[in-house]
Design a protein around this ligand. Structure first.
Ligand SMILES: Nc1ccn([C@@H]2O[C@H](COP(=O)(O)OP(=O)(O)OP(=O)(O)O)[C@@H](O)[C@H]2O)c(=O)n1
Length: 390
């Protein structure tokens, strides 16, 4: 808010619209404890009403909206919407949910209407496929994996997704305090368990894979958990935690061979925890401890979950910003609320500005030449008939 106050001239504060959108973290809180979620909104709304901006409301976005607005942002910033070019798909990874959104020539919503968002933007119609997986953001995905590993209520857990030498006491109540895992809390468990890292990428992949259900699909094709997904089409931009994690791991080059990416992760996960802390003294310990899991999760989600292959992996670009603006749902949300992306293309002038200038100059020149010609012809006629003057 302080940044916004500085960026917007104070004379314009009152006319600057302010919206608040909440995503999967609040969706989960709303499921778990609706009155706590209402209390958060009341407090936030009170604070925003007292800001100098024109506060126009706070609400929780649906997963579909979150996915679709991320897609609008990416394509708006890339100028693909005004040009009516083929659009870029959007891959968004948060802490609580993850979204995939793309336009596919083979998807018109017939097979799975819940995944369809229709847009008419700048005179072009788009059938956008979008799906938001609640509980598959990287923080909740980690809870899901740990929940599967602690189903029997052990006092100690050897976990391949944490570095060798990493050791931490985890509280059962805290781990299971999320609607994503609450129902699988072991009946009888001690208060805590000791999590010990073993740093083994291949075993980590196996453990991560277990949080996806590939067993059922009532559609012609599915990603996971019985969710319909048409064949992937075109290029994709991956942002939010995709960027944070892959940038840290130096794995943003998606054109690198899949085996190289796996080898790097293998080496990274196997690095002793003491070395990690020594090499990255300024990185938040929570982030540092989880990058092995997060990198493995991202690779598994993209390849096994969404079906990117060794061939199509390069179609993904890992992005943080486009032309200086953050890639994410927020800009798309604002563009939508302020009607800044029109349904129809604005009436295009028949000629661009430069065209008008050229036509005016040419017309002027022609008129000038014509005038000179008439004057010359008249004066010649008068010279050849002198008696007429007399
Ligand atoms: N430098 C950073 C910043 C954030 N994160 C992580 O990136 C994830 C996404 O964070 P954010 O963009 O804030 O998304 P959320 O608001 O958590 O998204 P949602 O509620 O929709 O799931 C979180 O797990 C956060 O811990 C990270 O690893 N490194």
């Amino acid at each position: 808010m302080l940044k916004a106050r500085e960026a917007v001239p104070s004379s314009r504060h009152g006319e600057t619209p302010l919206y608040l959108g909440a995503t999967a973290g609040m969706r989960l809180l709303n499921i778990e404890n609706a009155s706590a979620s209402d209390a958060v909104f009341q407090a936030v709304e009170a604070a925003l009403h007292s800001s100098p901006f024109s506060f126009r409301g706070a609400r929780i976005l649906s997963g579909q909206e979150e996915g679709a607005f991320g897609w609008v942002t990416v394509n708006y910033l890339d100028d693909r919407l005004t040009q009516g070019q083929e659009t870029t798909g959007a891959l968004d990874l948060g802490g609580a949910s993850t979204q995939i959104s793309f336009v596919s020539a083979r998807f018109d919503g017939t097979e799975s209407p819940d995944n369809l968002m229709n847009f008419r933007l700048y005179g072009n119609d788009y059938n956008l496929y979008t799906h938001s997986y609640l509980c598959y953001g990287k923080d909740q995905a980690l809870r899901k994996m740990l929940a599967l590993q602690t189903a029997s209520g052990p006092t100690s857990l050897s976990d391949p997704c944490f570095h060798p030498g990493y050791i931490r006491t985890r509280d059962y109540s805290e781990l299971y305090a999320s609607p994503c895992v609450a129902r699988s809390k072991p009946q009888a468990s001690p208060r805590n368990f000791t999590l010990k890292g073993t740093g083994d990428f291949d075993s980590c992949r196996t453990a991560v894979k277990k949080i996806f259900d590939f067993s059922k699909c009532n559609f012609s094709r599915c990603s996971f958990n019985g969710v319909f997904q048409p064949e992937l089409q075109g290029s994709f931009g991956a942002f939010s935690a995709y960027y944070f994690v892959l940038d840290f791991l130096n794995l943003t080059d998606t054109a690198a061979p899949m085996e190289t990416i796996k080898d790097k992760l293998r080496e990274y996960c196997a690095t002793p925890w003491a070395d990690m802390q020594r090499q990255h003294p300024s990185t938040k310990v929570k982030y540092l401890a989880e990058y092995c899991f997060s990198g493995t999760y991202i690779l598994t989600l993209l390849t096994e979950g969404y079906n990117f292959t060794a061939d199509t992996f390069k179609d993904i670009t890992i992005i943080r910003k486009i032309k200086g603006s953050d890639a994410g749902w927020t800009l798309g949300y604002m563009l939508n609320l302020t009607n800044m992306v029109p349904a129809e293309a604005p009436d295009a002038p028949p000629l661009p500005h430069a065209g008008y200038v050229s036509v005016m100059v040419l017309t002027g020149l022609l008129l000038g030449v014509l005038l000179l010609f008439i004057t010359y012809t008249l004066s010649k006629t008068q010279c050849s008939n002198p008696h007429k003057i007399v």
